[in-house]
Design a protein around this ligand. Sequence first.
Ligand code: HEC
Length: 247
Amino acid sequence: MLMNNLAVQDKRRKAKGKDVFKRLGFAFCLLTFTFLTACGVRSDMQDQPRYKAYKKSEFFSDKRGSRDMVEGTIPRGQLRENKAFYTGKVDNPNPAAQAATTMDATGNTLVTSFPNAIDEFPIPVTKELVDRGQERYNIYCIVCHGPLGNGDGMIVRRGFSKPPTYNDDRLRNAPVGHFYDVISNGWGKMNGYAHVIQPADRWAIVAYIRALQVSQNPENALKTDTTKTGPGSAPPKSGDTPTGGKP
Ligand code: HEC
């Protein structure tokens, strides 16, 4: 009985030994395969001939390895076909037409003619747009222009140049494109805000400024509709929705 048991155990041990060999063999094959594929025969992309950025080139006549973009290259999503929406200006501006400006006693640049500015909103004016504009105005403009647009914001009370009020006939009659242009490019002593306020939000602020103007001059304002929307005013395509825009 005992002998029998020992014989069985011996058999099992031998079988196990064979198993180990089998496994070693498999591991060896796997390793060889990995080595062959990992560092075997293939073209190394990291070693292919190429220029590092800004490196000199002997191939091009201007000796620059970095080539210019093909003329007319536009980053994805930046086509900006809707000129009125992105610039606040009419489609075919007259380059010779100059805005007539004068300087007032406080050094502000006053403008009275707006040859190239659009005077209708390029997007539909909705309550949401005006609300969004109010929020943006309170973040970016109220500090100087004050809560009603009278130019008496906190920074002005602390000594910064006083901006003109929105609530006089000159700016009441100014086309919406002028406000959009001022936000985008700045005006006289005021900096532009294009880097922080997206186009749709600029229009939202303009809509809110119109609302402020109406609030300060209700009888006259209601006679003329200051929030007209342009005929070709399709909402912008490129994700520039008033509430979706950054920041
Ligand atoms: C740091 C203060 C300051 C901030 C903030 C500011 N402005 Fe002004 N703004 C001024 C001053 C000063 C002027 C007058 C500039 C001049 O005529 O030289 C002005 C002028 C203007 C004008 C009048 C242009 C004209 O035809 O007379 C408009 C419209 C205007 N700002 C809109 C805005 C809007 C909208 C915002 C917010 C996005 C804003 N401003 C933020 C200081 C500011």
